[in-house]
Ligand binder design. Structure first.
Ligand SMILES: Cc1cc2nc3c(=O)[nH]c(=O)nc-3n(C[C@H](O)[C@H](O)[C@H](O)COP(=O)(O)O)c2cc1C
Length: 185
């Protein structure tokens, strides 16, 4: 199973980076990430071989992190591998000890070093959360996915968010639509 998370890494100059990334939890307390070579996350993990996976049950921080320069409230992790987000339910420090290179991405995996529980996750399933994530993934693949597929995903997501979401999910969807409109101008 892939869990969408916000992964924090450090650049060469120590500056923190935050990016939505899919994470697989493997046996024996190991994690696996598949960053594209074009991403800063890939460059930072290649250089520093460590980071922090932030697990959230709210989707608005994903959208702010992916589509704006917004720097989320955070604190440095115990081993200084990256940042713990104030909005995270749980933050997991990890190192990378195995890298399998593919054409445009690498499969990077390694052990969990520490887990910090920050909040109790919201219980239950809300359709709007999944819908926002689908729309966000679509707009981060502009130029890769066909335009009509992106527009279709945004429309379907808006509909689900309007029916089942709360204020945060509506704000998230507004940001995604504005981002999409700006790039089409
Ligand atoms: C929910 C979600 C999951 C994503 N998963 C991945 C992933 O597994 N690998 C990847 O390279 N990009 C993934 N992306 C796209 C990156 O977040 C995006 O390219 C981002 O700009 C990379 O940021 P960075 O250059 O700071 O690392 C995902 C985006 C979203 C919204």
């Amino acid at each position: 199973m892939i869990i969408e998370a916000i992964v924090s890494t450090r650049k060469d100059n120590g500056e923190l980076n935050f990016a939505p990334m899919g994470v697989r939890f493997k046996e024996s307390e190991r994690i696996e990430l598949i960053p594209f070579h074009s991403s800063d996350t890939y460059k930072n993990l290649s250089a520093n071989r460590s980071g922090v996976v932030n697990l959230l049950s709210d989707v608005l921080p994903f959208v702010k992190c992916a589509l704006s320069d917004h720097l989320p409230e955070h604190s440095m992790s115990a081993a200084s591998y990256g940042a713990l987000l104030a909005v995270a339910d749980e933050a997991i420090e990890f190192t990378i000890d195995t890298v399998e290179d593919r054409k445009i991405k690498s499969i990077m995996s390694g052990p969990v070093i520490s887990r910090v529980k920050l909040k109790t996750p919201r219980a239950g399933i809300n359709r709007a959360n999944g819908a926002v994530i689908e729309a966000l993934i679509a707009v981060t693949r502009i130029g890769v996915l066909p335009d009509d597929e992106i527009e279709g995903t945004i429309k379907r997501s808006r509909n689900i968010v309007d029916k089942t979401g709360g204020d945060d999910e509506r704000e998230a969807m507004d940001m995604i639509e504005s981002y999409d409109e700006r790039r089409r101008r």
